[in-house]
Design a binder for this molecule. Sequence first.
Ligand code: A2P
Length: 273
Amino acid sequence: MYTSDPIIMPKDAPVDLPANVFAETVTSVTHYTDTLFAFRITRPASFRFRSGEFVMIGLMIDGKPLFRAYSIASPSWDEEIEFYSIKVPDGPLTSHLQNIEVGDQVLMRKKPTGTLVNDALIGGKRLYMLSTGTGFAPFASLIREPETYEKFDEVILTHTCRDVAELKYGIDLVEAVKQDELVGEEASKQLTLVTATTREEYPTMGRITTRIEDGSLFDGLGVPRLNPEEDRVMICGSMDMLKDCKALCESHGLTEGANNNPAEFVVERAFVD
Ligand code: A2P
């Protein structure tokens, strides 16, 4: 009779990772609402990205790696990597990701990519960053990037959510950015955050598309209507929001840009599950 000893793996035995994946350690987790949280992980020395890009991150689930695209919310110079995420109760990744704690490991593919980068736009007077929900994340990176303030005189970051509590991450971050050693002086002069809700009562209400169409966004800021001579736009939100904002940019005469062909607006989606 043939017998063999069972192979006993220590509980924390390192998993054999593919060569294109880093395993990084969670350094902080902040829960904002029942459906939103931010977390930071260690940054591998060899990992380079441009502010505004996204990367695939994941966890080992039932012995297999599961990845989703996430915008990097921290700037390219930061020594850690930050992400801002929704929590979907039955979401394949976020139902697990929402339970991570300091010291846990998160997987990250080695190759970042994306079009919401300064390189994909030509310079201009005003840069509009239009975001809904967790679409705020790439702008959390770009407003901490010095190049953003060199390339544009004014940076107008709009964040529209259903409810007031969902605006907190962005409001706190912009406040911190204005005190930041590296970009605080520029951000204090050049950056304006425009928050709005669509469902819960708030001083400014209405979808960003409505507020562009009826002109209330521009009237509130005291600036001219969207125009290709002065304005550049970056868009990040749900699929429908991207489609509608893109159509509005085009109807105002702006042309879509790309990394190899910079122009007047760029679109990306950063949502999971
Ligand atoms: P609304 O409450 O009117 O649907 P979601 O969580 O569904 O992605 O929504 C986040 C925010 O984006 C909400 O304020 C929502 O408004 C808004 N929104 C949803 N669809 C669009 C769209 N097509 N254009 C502009 N804003 C949108």
